[in-house]
Design a binder for this molecule. Structure first.
Ligand code: ADP
Length: 265
């Protein structure tokens, strides 16, 4: 398997003709229909689509949390299908960072312990200057001995971002990372994610339904009915919202309260 000291491949994540079928016979649902997509190293991509379009399935397959029915997924140059369960677990731990809507921090561990956890689990001796750099990057130097419960939502998400970055993963997958945050806090978190791409060349793939969040990305790819449904480069929130409207995304009532207008660029 490739190590992070090797030259980074130009493509961090590649999906080729990925098909995911749930159920059998009459209950069969094709959640992804031969989806092919690449994510360049050091790029920030938002993945959007109406409810049921396959975003979660895409994320699970791309991150090695679920196996495609057919097709291939390559992360950091490694074809996931070639790995056994133990190797896959190791790849997820060492080469993939995760950021969730609900932060998923361990409540009994301090900020510092949460951030260092992926290194500990990998049996690596934490490099002090590396940890300090990550802690400073997310602006948490004053809080390292606090427990997550003593922090605001935005601060907790910063801890989760630091934890995702600490292993210098090939890719960070973020699933609605600002879904639980107010608009201002969300903006700060998205700026931080953007900076991780600009300053350290982190590859970032974010599933979101918020056009403003998507406007922080270099590119937005749209899914509809398990298939690629177009993309926007250098997206503005207005252009993203217009595209989502065309895909019928806002027909779903759950989106109504979260639709925001206004662009960043
Ligand atoms: P999204 O995240 O865009 O809402 P999903 O990936 O959750 O879309 O779902 C895509 C399709 O696959 C939907 O039709 C959904 O009902 C179906 N689906 C998702 N997970 C399962 C599952 N575990 N079993 C059966 N069908 C599923």
């Amino acid at each position: 398997m490739q190590t992070r000291d090797d030259v980074q491949p130009a493509t961090a994540v590649r999906l080729e003709a990925v098909e995911k079928i749930y159920g059998k016979g009459d209950n069969e649902v094709a959640a992804l229909k031969k989806l092919s997509m690449s994510f360049g190293t050091g790029t920030f991509t938002a993945v959007m689509g109406p409810s049921g379009s396959g975003k979660s399935t895409f994320l699970h397959c791309a991150a090695g949390l679920d196996q495609p029915t057919s097709g291939s997924v390559t992360v950091g140059g490694t074809d996931l299908a070639q790995l056994d369960e133990v190797q896959l677990t190791k790849l997820r731990r060492d080469r993939i960072g995760f950021i969730f809507q609900s932060f998923n921090l361990l409540p009994a561990l301090t900020v510092l312990q949460n951030i260092m956890l992926p290194l500990k689990l990998a049996g690596k001796r934490p490099n002090k200057s590396q940890i300090l750099m990550v802690v400073n990057r997310v602006g948490l130097a004053e809080r390292i001995n606090h427990l997550p419960g003593e922090l605001s939502g935005g601060q907790q998400q910063r801890v989760a971002i630091a934890r995702a970055l600490v292993t210098k993963p090939a890719v960070v997958f973020a699933d609605e990372p600002t879904g639980a945050l107010d608009t201002r806090t969300a903006g700060a978190v998205l700026t931080l994610l953007r900076e991780s791409v600009n300053s350290i060349g982190q590859t970032l793939v974010m599933v979101t339904h918020d056009p403003v969040a998507a406007s922080y990305a270099d590119r937005v790819v749209f899914l509809a009915d398990g298939q690629f449904a177009g993309e926007l480069h250098r997206p503005t929130a207005d252009a993203v919202a217009a595209r989502m409207t065309r895909l019928g995304a806002w027909d779903d009532e759950s989106y109504e309260t979260t639709t925001v207008s206004g662009g960043l660029h």
